[in-house]
Design a protein around this ligand. Structure first.
Ligand SMILES: *Cc1c(COP(=O)(O)O)cnc(C)c1O
Length: 358
C-alpha cells in the first residue's frame, strides 16, 4: 500500500475558476498562467484541462512551455521572461511560443535569425523588475523595425506591484503610465491584469488578462480567502492519521517540546511534514480538518509528520484522512498561519506527494 499522503487535483474547479476569470476580464481575453508546474498542480494536467477554454497560456521559461507541448497541447504559450539565448528565439518560432522582450540584450538575438516569433514588449511602469521604461519604447520599436522583427510585435505588457492591496493607488498609477506610454501604437494589444487586478473595481482590462493564482482557487488579495472571492479550491492536500494517543497534562509534544498539554489531551500524528511541502512555520492552532470537524496543529511540524489536537474530533481514529488544506480549510488560512502566501504553499508541495486528478 502506498503512503496515502496525496494532493487531489479537482480539474472541474480549475475550469470553473478559469471561467470566472474570463467573466471578470469582460471584453478582454484571459491567458491562463500555468508557470511553476501549474502552481504546483502539474503543468501537463492543467494544460490539458484548460486547452479548450484558454486561448493562450503563459509560463516563466521555455522548459515549462516545452512541457506543455510534451503533454500534447498546441495552444500558443507566452514566455513571460522571454528568450534566455538566441536558440530560444528559433525554438519559440517553431513551437508557437510568444516572447516577452524586456531588455536590450535580447534585441540582437531577434536580429540574428530568420525565425519570426510573436513578440510582446514589456514596459516597466513601476515594478522595477523587468521591462523597458516608457522613454525607451520608441528606440526599441525602431531597433525591431531595423532587424525585420517589427511585424512579429503583437502587443505590450506590464506587471502590477501592489494590485493585491485594496488601499493602494499604485495600480491606477501604473495603469495610467502604461496607457500613456503605449498610446502611439493603438493597433497593438495591451495586457496588464494579474489575478488581483480582476478583483479591482474600475480596473481597465484592455485586450489580454493574465490570471494565475485565482485559477487554482487561491486568493490574490491581502486579507481575503479564495472562497470569499467566489473561487473553488483546486488542490486538496491529504494525509493519513497514523497514530492516536492520549497524553497527560504537562507532557510535551514534538521537537523542542514546544507544546505542553495543559490537560489530558487526545492527540494524533498525521503522515505529512515539511518534506512534503507543509510549511514548518505553521505553528500551534493552524487548522486542519478530519471527519467533518476542524482540528488544530500542536507543536512543531517535522519533516515527515505533524501533531494535531483531536479534542474537537473525538471519533477520529488511525487510518482516517486528514485534510491539511483544500476544500474545507483554505490554503490561504494555512499561509496566514505560516507567515506566507498561498502561492508559496501550492508551488512548494514536493515530488514525494503524488498528484491525483479528479
Ligand atoms: C506570475 C505572473 C502573473 C500571474 O500572477 P497571479 O498573481 O498569480 O495572478 C501574471 N503576469 C506575470 C508577468 C507573472 O509573472
Amino acid at each position: 500500500m502506498p503512503r496515502s499522503t496525496i494532493a487531489r487535483i479537482d480539474l472541474n474547479a480549475l475550469r470553473y475558476n478559469y471561467r470566472r476569470a474570463a467573466e471578470l476580464a469582460g471584453d478582454a481575453r484571459a491567458m491562463a498562467v500555468i508557470k511553476a508546474d501549474g502552481y504546483g498542480h502539474g503543468i501537463g494536467d492543467v494544460a490539458r484541462a484548460l486547452q479548450d477554454e484558454a486561448p493562450k497560456f503563459a509560463v516563466a521559461c521555455i522548459e515549462e512551455a516545452l512541457a506543455i507541448r510534451e503533454a500534447g497541447v498546441s495552444v500558443p504559450v507566452v514566455l513571460l521572461q522571454g528568450p534566455h539565448s538566441p536558440e530560444d528565439v528559433d525554438t519559440s518560432a517553431r513551437e508557437n511560443f510568444e516572447l516577452v522582450i524586456h531588455s536590450d540584450h535580447q534585441l540582437p538575438w531577434l536580429a540574428a535569425t530568420d525565425a519570426a516569433p510573436v513578440i510582446w514588449i514589456k514596459v516597466n511602469t513601476g515594478m522595477n523588475r523587468l521591462g523597458f521604461s516608457p522613454e525607451q519604447l520608441n528606440g526599441v520599436m525602431a531597433a525591431l523595425a531595423d532587424s525585420g522583427a517589427a511585424s512579429g510585435v503583437t502587443g505590450f505588457v506590464t506587471h502590477f506591484a501592489c494590485a493585491d492591496d485594496e488601499q493602494s493607488t499604485r495600480t491606477a498609477e501604473q495603469t495610467d503610465c502604461f496607457i500613456r506610454a503605449t498610446a502611439p501604437w493603438p493597433e497593438l494589444s495591451r495586457s496588464l491584469a494579474n489575478s488581483a487586478a480582476h478583483f479591482r473595481e474600475e480596473q481597465p482590462m484592455y485586450d489580454w488578462t493574465r490570471p494565475g493564482i485565482m485559477l487554482y482557487g487561491g486568493s490574490p488579495m491581502i486579507g481575503r480567502l479564495g472562497p470569499d472571492l467566489g473561487l473553488r479550491p483546486v488542490m486538496t492536500l491529504e494525509a493519513e492519521l497514523t497514530s492516536v494517543r492520549t497524553i497527560k497534562a504537562g507532557e510535551a509534544v514534538g521537537y523542542g517540546g514546544s507544546w505542553i498539554a495543559p490537560g489530558e489531551t487526545r492527540m494524533g500524528i498525521v503522515a505529512a511534514g515539511y518534506g512534503d511541502g507543509y510549511p514548518r512555520h505553521a505553528g500551534t492552532d493552524t487548522p486542519a480538518w478530519v471527519n467533518g470537524q476542524r482540528i488544530r496543529l500542536i507543536g512543531r511540524v517535522s519533516m515527515d509528520m505533524l501533531a494535531v489536537d483531536l479534542t474537537a474530533a473525538p471519533d477520529a481514529k488511525p487510518g482516517d484522512t486528514v485534510e491539511l488544506w483544500g476544500r474545507h480549510v483554505s490554503v490561504d488560512e494555512i499561509a496566514r498561519h505560516a507567515g506566507t502566501i498561498g502561492y508559496e504553499l501550492l508551488t512548494g508541495v514536493t515530488v514525494r506527494v503524488p498528484r491525483v486528478c479528479e
